[in-house]
Design a protein around this ligand. Sequence first.
Ligand code: RTP
Ligand code: MG
Length: 147
Amino acid sequence: MERTYLMVKPDGVQRGLIGEIVSRFERKGLKLVGAKLMNVSLERAEKHYAEHKGKDFYDRLLDFITAGPVFAMVWEGDQAVGLCRALIGKTNALEAAPGTIRSDFAIHTNFNLIHGSDSHDNAEREIGIFFTEEELVSYDKAIQVWI
Ligand code: RTP
Ligand code: MG
């Protein structure tokens, strides 16, 4: 079982796409174990996007992710990291496969609606930035045996 960190970015919240986005992971059969609407402080944003420090889009990225509330989530399931990245689609909406979130709803790379952890280690790191372990809920999902 693997956990991943997903976050509807400020553009997705402003466009009223939280429900649409959440429903895609629910329908896939993954298990939601944590969720909250929150503002991202600059300190948290810098930790989260540390790997991009120094790149030309870094400042713009920090401005964007701190500009309004995000919907932070932790999802659990077999290969959750890779499966969620597949449902999200490539960074650039032009390259995202049809049917993915970014293909269906995004136009620009700067406003690509959702973040998903790109590796198991980054997932655990990012979950630690945005959630305390007490905020995550452990439970059995009756239907899971059929998926
Ligand atoms: P994310 O981390 O947000 O899930 O997106 P990602 O893995 O698909 O893309 P990543 O390479 O991690 O980049 C993080 C975010 O930075 C913005 N970006 N802009 N060339 C550019 O202008 C550029 N490249 C990346 C995007 O908003 C991307 O989601
Ligand atoms: Mg990334």
